[in-house]
Design a protein around this ligand. Structure first.
Ligand SMILES: NC(=O)c1ccc[n+]([C@@H]2O[C@H](COP(=O)([O-])OP(=O)(O)OC[C@H]3O[C@@H](n4cnc5c(N)ncnc54)[C@H](O)[C@@H]3O)[C@@H](O)[C@H]2O)c1
Length: 253
């Protein structure tokens, strides 16, 4: 029997690409998403790519009763990849409570169910924001975390602490936090991609929507960076490479 993985936020950008890679590697997938930043049609697109429509349950992971009921129903889950979160840095500065509420409660409900229902492995979507402004580049896994520069970043740092402490108290549980830097791109079929609801908060969907005429213009902020034209330079990772990294993380966790 195939190993079954719960992918929270699995209709979202990184989640949907990871579901494709999981299915392609022989895992069964069940997705939980409240569709606050994604569309249910993504499931049909995944099916077009892999030939299998993933199981799907639509509810909010901050709802403890619904989360427990989900695990009571799905007793065969062996691992969790936790993507579901609010993720816009700017919005988190304006609405910090919303970010702490959503990102912390979702994780705590999941981990409580991991303990209660003996699900042993968790791969957590963290972020490079946990490094703050590092003293040295490039950062490594040994680079210390610094004070987060936004409530969003702080939720990721606190979530990492929660995972560490819960795994310490329950040695049979294992957690891995992946700290991403700027995932972009789309599956080569172009059947799935980065399709946020409303105004995008990430650069590439903003750029592509501007090229497509959906948005009038793209503003480039900053002109005094130490770069040839003064604008910022960033590193990016292709979303499919990142999705594959999650499958590898599942194998080692
Ligand atoms: N995209 C990036 O640049 C980036 C960088 C570093 C880390 N991350 C992290 O990766 C994860 C996925 O990011 P993404 O870019 O795919 O975002 P996304 O918004 O496309 O996907 C997140 C999904 O989670 C769902 N969701 C949010 N809160 C939920 C809740 N309480 N219950 C159920 N579902 C909920 C949303 O509907 C959405 O489909 C997030 O945790 C994010 O913080 C993203």
């Amino acid at each position: 029997m195939n190993k079954k993985v719960l992918v929270t936020g699995g209709t979202g950008f990184i989640g949907s690409h990871t579901v494709v890679e999981l299915q392609s590697n022989g895992f069964d997938v069940v997705i939980v998403d409240n569709l606050s930043n994604s569309k249910v049609e993504v499931l049909d697109q995944i099916e077009k790519i892999t030939g299998t429509k993933p199981e799907f349950e639509c509810f909010d992971l901050t709802d403890k009763q619904k989360t427990k009921a989900f695990f009571q129903k799905h007793t065969d889950i062996e691992a969790i990849i936790h993507f579901a979160a609010s993720k816009a840095v700017g919005e988190s500065v304006e609405k910090p409570l919303m970010y702490y509420y959503n990102n912390l409660n979702s994780l705590m409900n999941l981990m409580e169910c991991m303990q209660d229902f003996e699900v042993k492995n968790l791969v957590f979507s963290s972020s490079c924001t946990v490094y703050g402004q590092p003293d040295q580049l490039p950062v490594t896994e040994q680079t210390p975390r610094k004070e987060a520069e936004s409530p969003y970043g702080n939720t990721k740092s606190i979530c990492e602490d929660i995972i560490r402490d819960v795994c310490k108290a329950n040695p049979s549980l294992k957690g891995i936090a992946l700290r991403y830097f700027n995932p972009i791109g789309a599956h080569e079929t172009a059947l799935i991609g980065e399709l946020p609801l409303g105004v995008p908060n990430n650069l590439i969907p903003f750029l592509t929507q501007t090229v497509a005429g959906i948005r009038k213009e793209l503003s480039v902020f900053g002109d005094d960076y130490n770069t040839p034209d003064g604008s910022a330079i960033r590193d990016y990772i292709h979303v499919v490479d990142l999705a594959k990294a999650h499958v590898v993380a599942l194998h080692v966790c």
